[in-house]
Design a protein around this ligand. Structure first.
Ligand code: SAH
Length: 218
C-alpha cells in the first residue's frame, strides 16, 4: 500500500521544478501554481520518490509514461482553461495531467485504453478533492459522443492524424491541443474549431509522446 506524504523536501523540490519550468518559458501563473500544488510523487511508484520532481517522463506500467512536467505545463497553458470548461482528455495514464486540469476548475472527462491503468483509477488519491474529474475506459479515437460537445480537447499521446470524431465533439471556438506525427517526435498543434465545422491550426514546438493506439487493451 502506497503511503501518501507530502514533506517539506517534496515541496522544496516542487518549487525548484517551478523555477525550471519558468526558465523553459512557461509563463502562465495559474498553471505554475497548479503544478506547485499537486504532489507529482503521489502519481508515481514510490521507487521514484527522490526523482519525481525532475523534469522528465517516468514509466507508469503497461509501457506507458507520466508526461514530463514541461509537457504538462505546455499543453495546459495552450488549453487556456476557464473555470467549468468541459475538457476531454485522451490518455489518462497516471492521472497527473487530468488532476492539473481538475485543479484549474475544469470539468474533466478522461479516457484510457489500457484496462490495467484504468483500473488503477479506483484508488485515485484525490477522488473526493476533485469530483469534477471523471474516468472512462475506451478508445480515445471515438471520444465520448454522449458527453460532448467539449470546450477543450487534449490528446496526451502521439496522434497519427487528427481524429475526426474529436473535432466533431468540439464546440465552436473550442481548442484541441494535440501532438501529431508518427515519427520520433511530434509537432504540438492547437486547433480552433470554426462555426462551419472546420478548424484553423497553430503550430508549436516538437515533443516526444508514446503512440496513440486504436481499440481497447483489456
Ligand atoms: N496524461 C497522462 C499521459 C500518459 S501517456 C499522464 O498525465 O500520465 C499516454 C496515455 O495514453 C497512455 O496511458 C496510453 O495507454 C493512452 N492511450 C494511447 N492511445 C489511447 C487511445 N486511443 N485512447 C485512450 N488512451 C490512449
Amino acid at each position: 500500500m502506497k503511503r501518501y506524504e507530502d514533506t517539506y523536501r517534496h515541496k522544496g523540490l516542487r518549487q525548484q521544478l517551478i523555477d525550471t519550468l519558468k526558465e523553459k518559458g512557461i509563463t502562465n501563473e495559474v498553471v505554475l501554481d497548479a503544478i506547485n500544488n499537486i504532489p507529482r510523487h503521489f502519481f508515481l511508484d514510490s521507487a521514484f520518490d527522490k526523482i519525481a520532481y525532475e523534469d522528465r517522463a517516468f514509466p507508469i506500467g503497461e509501457d506507458q509514461t507520466i508526461s514530463q512536467p514541461y509537457t504538462v505545463a505546455y499543453q495546459t497553458q495552450l488549453l487556456d482553461i476557464k473555470k467549468n470548461d468541459k475538457v476531454l482528455e485522451i490518455g489518462t495514464g497516471s492521472v497527473y495531467q487530468a488532476t492539473v486540469l481538475a485543479h484549474l476548475g475544469a470539468r474533466v472527462f478522461t479516457i484510457e485504453r489500457q484496462k490495467k491503468l484504468f483500473d488503477n483509477n479506483k484508488n485515485f488519491v484525490f477522488k473526493s478533492k476533485y469530483p469534477n474529474l471523471k474516468f472512462f475506459f475506451g478508445d480515445g479515437f471515438q471520444g465520448l459522443p454522449t458527453y460532448g460537445p467539449f470546450d477543450k480537447v487534449i490528446i496526451t499521446a502521439a496522434a497519427p492524424f487528427i481524429p475526426p470524431k474529436l473535432i466533431e465533439q468540439l464546440k465552436t471556438g473550442g481548442y484541441m491541443v494535440i501532438p501529431v506525427d508518427e515519427g520520433e517526435t511530434q509537432r504540438m498543434l492547437r486547433l480552433t474549431k470554426k462555426a462551419d465545422g472546420t478548424y484553423t491550426e497553430e503550430k508549436f514546438e516538437q515533443f516526444s509522446f508514446v503512440p496513440m493506439l486504436t481499440g481497447k487493451n483489456v
